[in-house]
Design a protein around this ligand. Structure first.
Ligand code: CAP
Ligand code: MG
Length: 412
């Protein structure tokens, strides 16, 4: 068994094989075919030298079955994978290969998953339909606001801002990815005070409100925090899915299943994998995994302050929405430098089945947090009523101030 044995052009994979699409930039002196064969070998049953192997092991070879320019499709026999074990699957198809000297660049573009593997994970508990039911919001985008500054508020200050965000008209208050249980803002105290304010805000507005509280930590600690979240009566937990890792996400999905909590998935760390267009793993691959694992809503980019253009954001959104056996559709969360002057671009590009998250674009409002929240909601209302934000702003002072302050430009 040597490298060339992994090339089977025109082979027709069956439905139960896993298929990866790679973009490969071979190293100098290596053909695309050679590079592709090494990817298939390293991620299944080959190595750097020829091996004499029995036929039952030969049957486990991955096969390069399509090469078009830089794009290569490889199929993997189902038997290579352990059901319900995402770390094992990722170690197989996206493990050593990224360090191979035979490639200058290698990018995992997309994955087609076999049914049995999809089924071996729980998938989203709520998805878009379930979340809309919890929040009692039929058609418009869900709004969310992360407190800024990211860190430093005392729990009392945090809860007060949360109240302002909710009563201004935003549905979800969000923790930032690096806020967990620091000395200045202990998790349980923050949760307790915020839940109290949530009750008051719901009473005042007559709307459902909820809190995307960040439980990111070591796994046992995350479980403990998820239980606390349930005890205090909240509906959601937030986790930083990539720093926690897929095993941690799975554990939390199991716990959230028992507790009936929804999962907000923050993707901090993703750009370390997906930013270089010639290397790493695309966000749409990560989005697909997060959905199979069971996130109910997932950051997908927002055409704002962070990298990722229209095509990428749309690809990520499509992964959240595409038909995938019986796996529920999940909310793409648009975030990063958003403010009322630019949110309509996201609804135009995607749909109103998204979460629109603005932190600085609410707390940075010259009139303060309540007015910032009002302006964000007004921007959404404008879109839903088929009116431009500029037109709507003529009748709404908070929106007018926001547009005066930030215009319609994307921050860098
Ligand atoms: C947004 C945010 C999010 C980013 C993450 C931040 O704040 O809280 O972490 O959106 O990126 O800290 O930057 P602002 P993405 O609303 O103040 O920009 O959503 O692309 O995963
Ligand atoms: Mg953040």
């Amino acid at each position: 068994m040597e490298y060339k044995d992994f090339i089977k052009i025109n082979y027709k994979p069956s439905d139960n094989e896993l298929i990866c699409l790679f973009k490969i930039k071979p190293a100098k002196g290596i053909s695309i075919k050679e590079a592709a064969s090494r990817v298939a070998a390293e991620s299944s049953n080959g190595t750097w030298t020829a091996l004499r192997i029995p036929s039952h092991i030969k049957a486990l070879s991955a096969k390069v079955f399509d090469i078009k320019g830089d794009y290569v499709k490889i199929s993997y026999p189902n038997e290579l994978f352990e059901e319900g074990n995402m770390p094992q699957i990722i170690s197989s198809i996206a493990g050593n290969i990224f360090g191979m000297k035979a490639v200058n660049g290698l990018r995992l573009m997309d994955i087609k998953w076999p049914k049995n593997i999809i089924k071996s994970f729980k998938g989203p508990q709520y998805g878009i339909k379930g979340i809309r039911k919890i929040l009692k919001i039929k058609n418009r985008p869900i709004t969310a606001t992360v407190l800024k500054p990211k860190v430093g508020f005392y729990p009392e200050e945090h809860a007060k801002h949360a109240y302002d965000i909710w009563t201004g008209g935003v549905d979800l208050v969000k923790d930032d990815e690096n806020l967990s249980n620091q000395k200045f803002n202990r998790f349980e105290k923050r949760l307790k005070l915020s839940m109290k304010m949530r009750g008051k805000a719901e009473k005042k507005t007559g709307e459902r409100k909820s809190y995307l509280i960040n439980i990111t930590a070591e796994t046992d600690e995350m479980k403990r925090r998820a239980r606390l979240v349930k005890e205090y009566g909240n509906e959601y937990v937030m986790i930083d899915i990539l720093t926690v890792g897929w095993a941690g996400v799975q554990t939390i999905r199991n716990v959230c299943g028992e507790l009936g909590l929804a999962i907000h998935a923050h993707r901090a760390f993703h750009a370390a994998f997906d930013r270089n267009p010639n290397h790493g793993v695309t966000m749409k691959v990560l989005a697909g995994i997060a959905r199979i694992q069971g996130a109910d809503q997932l950051h997908i980019g927002g055409l704002g302050k962070l990298a990722g253009g229209k095509k990428e954001v749309k690809d990520n959104y499509d992964k959240c929405m595409q038909e995938l056996d019986n796996v529920k559709r999940v909310f793409g969360v648009c975030s990063g430098g958003l403010h009322p002057g630019i949110t309509h671009r996201l609804m135009n590009l995607l749909s109103t089945d998204i979460v629109i998250q603005a932190g600085g674009g609410v707390l940075g409002h010259p009139g303060g947090t309540v007015n910032g929240a009002k302006a964000l909601r007004q921007a959404i209302n404008a879109y839903m009523q088929g009116e431009s934000v500029t037109e709507h702003a003529k009748k709404h002072e908070e929106l007018r101030t926001a547009l005066k302050s930030w215009g319609h430009k994307t921050p860098i």
